[in-house]
Every structure is written in structure tokens, then in C-alpha cells.
Design a protein around this ligand. Structure first.
Ligand code: ADE
Length: 270
């Protein structure tokens, strides 16, 4: 997968050379290039922002600089390629006012050949930038990584990139570790808790069933723990479950937690 990132702080992405992301680059699975947006400016100050039209605090990133940069990276500045959009990267802008980025988005994007991320700073970027590239047939996405505001898109891009690339075939040493994770698959639940040895540490024992060697019982214990933790922490995920996909034991556990499981989706009883 080819990944281009545009930022006024491209050095930020040097961390991509570490850990599994670095290994994936060394293996040729990933090719990450961070570009400095200021390389596409023409004024002595290399300015990338201006005051907001209509007034207000802060500065907004200018469309002209972004378009020169994105035209080049999308191949729009080469006439022979401008009409052929096949192979054009998915263009992604982190934005605190956009839909939430989820595991589903990460899974979908892990199959892309080429991603191009544009990191906003200050009060954000001129809204015409994504609109324009959409109008040109580019697959443009805007995502928030959570209900809080960061200083810029760099951290958000790092988060999205890690979530996306670890799902690529060959990225993880053990692909099974992805299958069992929270937020994976249709019936998304928070994952059960994990323990390692020793069995007793500072007087605290691991749950006995995990030492039993009975795989059926271990699976059931973990599933019940996942249902219980999700009920406590993210009841919205329980509400989204498909009742038809629940087995008898799941239903029993959910009923004991105060859910009705006879309709299409579970419903919390008052
Ligand atoms: N830029 C600033 N805050 C952000 C957020 N929460 N998600 C994505 N991009 C952002």
C-alpha cells in the first residue's frame, strides 16, 4: 500500500519508521511518504493559511496551496492522467466535525492500494477543498477520531494509519490476534480481559476457569465477560447486536443483565 501524507510538520511522521510500521515498510508492504505542504507555496513567508471569511478567531488553510499540492500528488497536473481516475488514491482529511472513524472504515481502507492524507491545522481547511476533489470524482473521506479537538490532523492520521495498516495481510505476526479483538466483525463487543502468568500475583488470582484447560468453558467465560463489560461500558454496542446471531447462553447472560432479546436487536428493560 502506498501512503502519502501532507502536513506542515512532516517530521512528525518519522515515528512511522518504528515498530511494526517500520518493519512493514522494510518488507515492502507499505511505502509511506510525508510531504511538506509549504513546498507548494510561492510567497517568501511560505504561508498556508488566511483569516476566515465571515470573521471569527484563528486561521483557515488556503485552498490554492492545497490544490497545487493535491493536483500533483493525485496526478492531476499530468494531462494524460487527469481523466483516468483508476488508481487515484483515497483522499482522507481528519476533521473533528466529521463522522467518526470506526473499525469498519479501517477494514475497508486496509484493502486500498493508495491513501493520501491531508493534515489540517489551525481552524481547519477551506471547505471547498474536499468538495472540489469530490466533484472531480475522487473518493474523498473526512473523519473525526473522537469527540475532542486536537491541534491538528497529524495525531488523527497516525491513529487512522495504525488502525488501517495492521489489518493488511502480512502486517501482523499472528493474524489470529486481529480476529478476536474488540470492534471486529458484525457483533462488535468489547474484548474480554486478558491475563498472563503467574496465576497468583500480589495475592490476586487469575479466574480459575482460565486454568482449567476446558476450552469450551474458557470460551463461554470470555464471551460472558465481553457481554458484561460491553453492557457496563458501551451499552450502545449491545443495542446494535443482531438477536438472531446470539446463542442460548448469550441470551441468558443478556437477560440476566436486564436486556430483552426477543426483537431484532436487544432492548434494555427499565
Ligand atoms: N483534528 C483536530 N481534532 C480532530 C479529531 N478529533 N479528529 C480528527 N481530526 C482532528
Amino acid at each position: 500500500m502506498k501512503i502519502d501524507i501532507v502536513s506542515v510538520f512532516p517530521e512528525y511522521f518519522e515515528v512511522m519508521n518504528l515498530s511494526l510500521m517500520g518493519k512493514a515498510q522494510a518488507k515492502g508492504l507499505l511505502e509511506i511518504k510525508a510531504h511538506n505542504l509549504r513546498d507548494w507555496t510561492h510567497d517568501v513567508h511560505h504561508s498556508v493559511d488566511d483569516t476566515p471569511v465571515g470573521g471569527g478567531a484563528g486561521m483557515v488553510m488556503k485552498p490554492e496551496v492545497w490544490s497545487e499540492c493535491l493536483d500533483e500528488l493525485l496526478g492531476f497536473s499530468r494531462p494524460s492522467e487527469s481523466s483516468a481516475l483508476s488508481g487515484t488514491p483515497v483522499l482522507i482529511f481528519p476533521n473533528p466535525s466529521a463522522p467518526l472513524f470506526t473499525q469498519r472504515d479501517a477494514t475497508e481502507l486496509s484493502h486500498a492500494d493508495h491513501l493520501l492524507f491531508g493534515c489540517g491545522r489551525y481552524e481547519g481547511y477551506d471547505a471547498r477543498i474536499p468538495d472540489y476533489y469530490r466533484s472531480q470524482g475522487v473518493d474523498v473521506r473526512e473523519y473525526s477520531i473522537g469527540d475532542y479537538v486536537l491541534n491538528g490532523g497529524e495525531v488523527a492520521v497516525s491513529v487512522m494509519l495504525e488502525a488501517i495498516t495492521r489489518l493488511m495481510p502480512g502486517f501482523m505476526g499472528n493474524p489470529d490476534s486481529i480476529v478476536e479483538e474488540s470492534y471486529t466483525g458484525e457483533g462488535a463487543l468489547l474484548e474480554h480481559r486478558q491475563y498472563t502468568k503467574p496465576a497468583v500475583w500480589r495475592g490476586i488470582s487469575v479466574p480459575e476457569v482460565l486454568l482449567s484447560g476446558n476450552h469450551g468453558k474458557v470460551d463461554r467465560f470470555r464471551r460472558d465477560e465481553a457481554l458484561t463489560r460491553t453492557n457496563e461500558i458501551r451499552p450502545d454496542l449491545i443495542e446494535a447486536l443482531d438477536c438472531k446471531a446470539l446463542d442460548k447462553a448469550d441470551r441468558k447472560t443478556l437477560m440476566a443483565l436486564g436486556w430483552e432479546v426477543s426483537a431484532t436487536h436487544p432492548r434494555k428493560l427499565d
